[in-house]
Unconditional design. Structure first.
Length: 780
């Protein structure tokens, strides 16, 4: 009994083995005729159709043979056609097929059609078991809209993924892509990049990346390694880039740099939004705008702009211990560099290109000699900031990308394509599905009908061999002529853009020459907590507007400027740049200027309705204070370095000349009323003028401090040193000349009779004025 059971069991094993071997053999369905090859002993079949694991293989001629290990092979010649159950059809001139592994090697005019995708090459190795095809000597994949050509590629039929290597060129209706390593999914139309890549648009724009993904159908993209977007004169760089090619909107995150060489515009920040329609850029997260100025108009092309360091490269020492002192900022260096840079930051920086005809320049017709004195009726000094303000929320309305925007979506992707064996092995794991349930095999006639239907369903089956050869030859030339990026282009492009800003020629374009319907210009708006730093000038404000046609900066909302050792405030401040140098400064309404000399307990002050300043070589050269001009000046004994007297004057205008950061001439003009007080007799209410504000803590001390500092909100108390006698917020009462009871009457009488127009008075002669006051007081 046991022997019988053992015999039955062994018989079943043998039968199963024989059945499996039969399943691995090709089965001839039909042929026109056959002929025996006497030299090889193989039967040559003409127009044969074979079936193997549900696939059909046909050709003009072919024969099946076996090796010493009983492995079956099929060699076919002429009009080779392979059809698979999933609808994939392959055409070629020659075929070598291994039945055991279902590996087909096809040569000459190979074309594999899978749905809407067609792969063409001259040599294809295709595994029919797992649907993996590979070419090594050039080929292309074509679908309804895209054409991809490369030297090497591996195609996975089950996942519709194709990996491309070496000289990869993608052509779509809107962009051309040049890369070295890429993956493309023909079902989703998404490309994945694993090396230096250029995506060139039809309008000249280019996206460079070394890792990311791009949807050729929706034109949405995400990149996260060494990214750079260029469009004409504009450059946008960031650690991560999101871009919608259909709308032209892009978003950059971390270490964002935007440069426009045509407008000499440089912006840096933690996040940037770009809109191609109006060529606008919105920068947030510690944004920084840079403008290059020249200290010597004869020095050209000698230095470049000082770029800000990356956020993670700014050390604690550079932010604190190494910051320049207040005194060092007040005194310009003896050897001034040929190029200086203006840095400006705010909570949000916005810049866009507008039609030049829509820009309304500010024309004040300022006179460097002061001009005629005005009667100072109510004047309009420019539009309020609210009229041109633009809500930030509307700028941030960027369409969301449909491609994956999670930072980890490519985190596990290798930076370079794995070798074909590894890629093939990894894909097989996910591509091979469980075996289907047993079904009855179709009849031979049904297989023939299915084979014909699959072949007839291929729309490109009649494409001639000559056309295929021409296409493959053209692809070879295209790959040879294409410039594939190597990874070094980004730094050189950015360096060239920065050099273009630093080495720009002097301004030669006038407003009249640009006045046309097509001319465009750039504007810049800074919102909230605006801070500005230059080596010899600093400023803060709530908001700033800058227009390129007139190079005019408009400071709104508690504006404050520090220059030449003085603090200047007003309701609105205008500062203009001409020929790459600071040209003029205008403080409008409640204009006030304060500085100190020996210490911070005594304040030299000047106020008026308007203060006009003029620069020479980027340094203040002269100022005019107009409209109820009033000043307080503390006289210093230069030898003993102590204050001796205080001079208080009122006039229609005050003219000030400055040299080497020092006031050399102080000239009151018209309706002059001046008083000199001994220091110990200065009334407390006379120590400061009405509207006095002193906020040294708001002053940026370096470009690093510029980013770290936050301005206190409006409404706070005026900052004063602890030893001052002024109560913050207390109004200062004006004192008429005939009520100065604290000064002896004789002295007051002589000063009231002083001439109404003073000639040039040097700052070094204030001690002489003090001696004259004492001499007058001694006359009885």
């Amino acid at each position: 009994m046991k022997k019988s059971l053992l015999f039955i069991y062994l018989s079943m094993l043998v039968y199963a083995s024989l059945y499996a071997q039969q399943r691995d053999e090709l089965r001839l369905i039909s042929s026109s005729h056959s002929r025996l090859n006497a030299s090889t002993g193989n039967m040559m079949n003409y127009r044969p159709v074979y079936e193997h694991h549900g696939s059909t293989l046909s050709a003009d001629s072919g024969y099946v043979y076996s090796d010493d290990e009983e492995k079956q092979y099929f060699d076919a010649f002429g009009k080779v056609i392979i059809t698979q159950p999933n609808g994939t059809v392959i055409f070629a001139d020659k075929l070598h097929y291994v039945a055991e592994t279902q590996l087909a090697t096809l040569t000459n005019n190979v074309r594999m059609v899978d749905g809407n995708s067609t792969l063409t090459t001259n040599h294809l190795t295709y595994n029919m078991k797992n649907g993996v095809g590979t070419y090594r000597d050039g080929g292309r994949i074509l679908n309804t809209t895209d054409t991809i050509t490369s030297r090497n590629a591996t195609y996975f039929d089950n996942t519709k993924d194709a990996y491309f290597r070496y000289d990869v060129v993608v052509r779509t209706p809107d962009v051309n892509i040049y890369t070295d390593t890429m993956r493309y999914n023909s079902a989703t139309k998404v490309t994945y990049f694993y090396g230096p890549t250029n995506i060139k648009g039809n309008e000249g724009e280019n996206l460079y990346t070394e890792r990311g993904e791009y949807n050729t159908e929706t034109e949405q993209a995400w990149f996260d390694r060494n990214n750079l977007y260029t469009s004409g004169s504009r450059f946008l760089r960031g650690d991560s880039l999101f871009y919608n090619g259909q709308t032209g909107n892009g978003r950059a995150i971390d270490n964002v740099v935007f440069i426009d060489t045509a407008d000499q515009f440089f912006a840096y920040g933690g996040m940037g939004l770009y809109h191609r329609v109006d060529e606008s850029i919105t920068m947030t997260r510690n944004p920084l705008v840079m403008t290059v100025t020249r200290n010597d108009s004869t020095s050209r092309d000698t230095t470049t702009a000082n770029l800000p360091p990356p956020r993670d490269h700014v050390s604690a020492d550079s932010l604190t211990g190494n910051s320049p002192s207040l005194d060092s900022l007040e005194r310009p260096s003896a050897n001034r560099p040929a190029v200086d840079t203006i840095y400006m930051t705010a909570d949000t920086l916005f810049s866009q290109v507008i039609p030049l005809k829509d820009y309304i320049p500010k024309v004040f017709e300022l006179d460097r000699e002061g001009g005629a004195l005005d009667e100072y009726e109510d004047e309009d000094y420019g539009e309020p900031f609210d009229d041109m303000a633009m809500p930030v929320d509307s700028l941030l309305d960027l369409p969301q990308d449909s491609v994956s925007s999670e930072p980890d979506s490519l985190a596990n992707t290798p930076s370079a394509l794995p070798d074909s064996a590894k890629a093939q092995a990894d894909t097989r794991v996910s591509a091979i599905s469980p075996p289907p349930a047993e079904i009855s095999p179709p009849t031979d006639s049904a297989l023939l009908k299915t084979h014909l239907k699959r072949v007839q369903a291929v729309p490109l089956q009649t494409q001639s061999h000559d056309a295929l050869a021409r296409n493959l030859a053209a692809d070879s030339v295209l790959r040879a002529q294409s410039v594939i990026p190597t990874g070094s282009e980004v730094d050189s492009l950015m360096a060239g853009a920065v050099a273009a800003i630093s080495h720009r020629p002097a301004d030669t374009i006038t407003m009249d020459s640009l006045a046309s319907d097509t001319a465009r210009t750039r504007i810049v708006k800074a919102y909230y907590n605006v801070r500005l730093f230059k080596s010899d000038l600093q400023a803060v404000a709530d908001s700033v507007y800058y227009g390129y046609p007139d190079s005019m900066m408009r400071f709104f909302g508690r504006p404050m400027i520090w220059a030449q050792g003085s603090q200047m405030t007003a309701d609105t401040i205008y500062m203009q740049i001409r020929k790459e140098q600071l040209d003029n400064l205008l403080l409008v309404n409640h204009a006030f200027m304060v500085n100190t000399q020996l210490d911070s307990s005594k304040y030299n002050q000047i106020k008026g309705r308007r203060i006009t300043g003029f620069f020479k070589d980027n340094a203040l050269e002269r100022m005019f204070i107009d409209g109820n001009a009033e000043s307080i000046y503390y006289i210093v004994d230069e030898k003993r370095k102590i204050y001796t007297d205080m001079y208080h004057s009122r006039s229609s205008r005050i003219k000030i000349l400055v040299d080497s950061n020092q006031i050399t001439h102080f000239i009151p003009i018209r309706s002059i009323d001046g008083k000199v007080y001994p220091l110990n007799l200065v009334p407390q209410e006379e120590e400061v003028l009405e509207g006095f504000v002193w906020k040294p803590g708001d002053r940026p001390t370096s470009k690093e401090d510029l980013l770290m500092r936050r301005r206190p909100p409006a409404g706070g108390d005026t900052e004063l040193p602890a030893d001052t006698t002024e109560t913050p917020g207390q109004p200062i009462q004006e004192v008429e000349p005939d009520s100065l009871e604290s000064v002896d009457k004789t002295s007051a009488k002589h000063w009231q009779q002083a001439p109404r127009h003073l000639t040039f008075v040097r700052a070094t002669s204030w001690a002489a004025i003090g001696r004259a006051r004492r001499r007058y007081a001694s006359v009885q």
